[in-house]
Design a protein around this ligand. Structure first.
Ligand SMILES: Nc1ncnc2c1ncn2[C@@H]1O[C@H](COP(=O)(O)OP(=O)(O)OP(=O)(O)O)[C@@H](O)[C@H]1O
Length: 299
């Protein structure tokens, strides 16, 4: 069942950048991955959904509520972990979370304490609840960020670039936490890390240049590309000629050798071998297609 409905959302900043260009999305319960390179417009979309900025045009409905008309109703149902959640005063994790709970309107002292302690448990911070958050590692801070986003049992949770800068162990732990919270609500994970979406999200979309360029289930999108991705080991000096002759969607160094990955309906040339596509190939193919469309539009 669709809970979040985004229609024809458009936003330009004063410097003329069109950060959102006719964005349409329907999102149901569960983890939804929003992938895109830096500058794609993901944070602009997240901030608009979180009612922190207004679009120029378009509509947002959550559970039937017109979010732009009644932003407060959205705020009561929202948990938000912004990209730059970075204020860590020298107060304990418990005190800070308790304070944020008061700001969120959790007035009953006993219920508030119970919820704060339970969220500290859930995010694996109970043991360090008396420590100042300013001494936390990056992973602990992000888990604290999730704890504050979960205050008041929100129905829509937005996490913007949450795993950037985390080491692999902390990222795994963070993934476990995110997958636990996505069951009965909408969780939007905005990221440029394909692995985050691959590991966690049954539904996804790709954004580039303010537009949604692809949407679907990672498994289906990968399947759709089957038979169209080809790989070849080449010399570095030949990369430019390969890029002009073929649809090179990405290059990767594997065992110290440069591999080009090419999008083509048939064997592009001798020496190429077919590969089963990964979600990364899906992502790079969509960016390649969108860049080409923009180029054609400009010519
Ligand atoms: N307040 C602002 N004023 C002017 N331009 C902005 C503003 N915020 C974002 N932009 C521009 O809008 C475009 C989209 O930015 P946005 O931050 O939404 O993208 P993003 O996909 O979240 O990328 P990143 O991961 O780098 O934040 C970029 O070109 C950015 O420079």
């Amino acid at each position: 069942m669709v809970r979040l409905k985004i229609q024809q959302l458009t936003k330009s900043y004063q410097n003329g950048v069109k950060a959102l260009n006719d964005v349409n999305l329907n999102i149901a319960n569960g983890m939804f991955g929003l992938l895109g390179p830096n500058g794609a417009g993901k944070s602009s979309l997240m901030r608009t959904l979180a009612t922190l900025q207004l679009p120029d045009a378009g509509q947002i409905h959550f559970d039937g509520n017109d979010v732009l008309q009644n932003p407060q109703e959205m705020r009561n149902k929202l948990g938000y972990l912004p990209q730059d959640f970075g204020v860590y005063p020298k107060v304990s994790a418990f005190d800070l979370l308790n304070h944020l709970a008061v700001l969120k309107g959790l007035q009953n002292k006993n219920e508030r304490k119970e919820q704060v302690l339970s969220l500290l448990q859930q995010t694996n911070l109970f043991e360090v609840r008396k420590r100042s958050v300013s001494t936390f590692s990056g992973g602990m801070r992000q888990r604290f960020g999730i704890a504050q986003a979960l205050l008041g049992n929100p129905q829509l949770i937005i996490v913007d670039e949450p795993t950037a800068g985390l080491d692999p162990q902390e990222r795994n732990r963070f993934h476990d936490l995110l997958s636990e919270i996505g069951e009965d609500r909408v969780v939007i994970l905005s990221t440029h890390i394909v692995e985050d979406v691959n590991d966690l999200c049954p539904e996804m979309a790709v954004m580039a240049g303010g537009k949604l360029i692809l949407q679907g289930k990672p498994t289906e999108l990968t399947q759709n590309l089957n038979g169209k991705i080809w790989r070849k080991v080449i010399d570095k000096v030949d990369l430019i000629s390969y890029s002009s002759a073929f649809n090179v969607i990405s290059t990767r160094i594997i065992s110290w050798k440069l591999h080009v990955f090419v999008l083509a309906e048939q064997l592009p040339a001798a020496g190429f071998e077919p590969v089963y596509p990964s979600l990364e190939d899906v992502y790079f193919s969509s960016l390649f297609g969108s860049a080409n469309q923009n180029l054609e539009a400009k010519l």
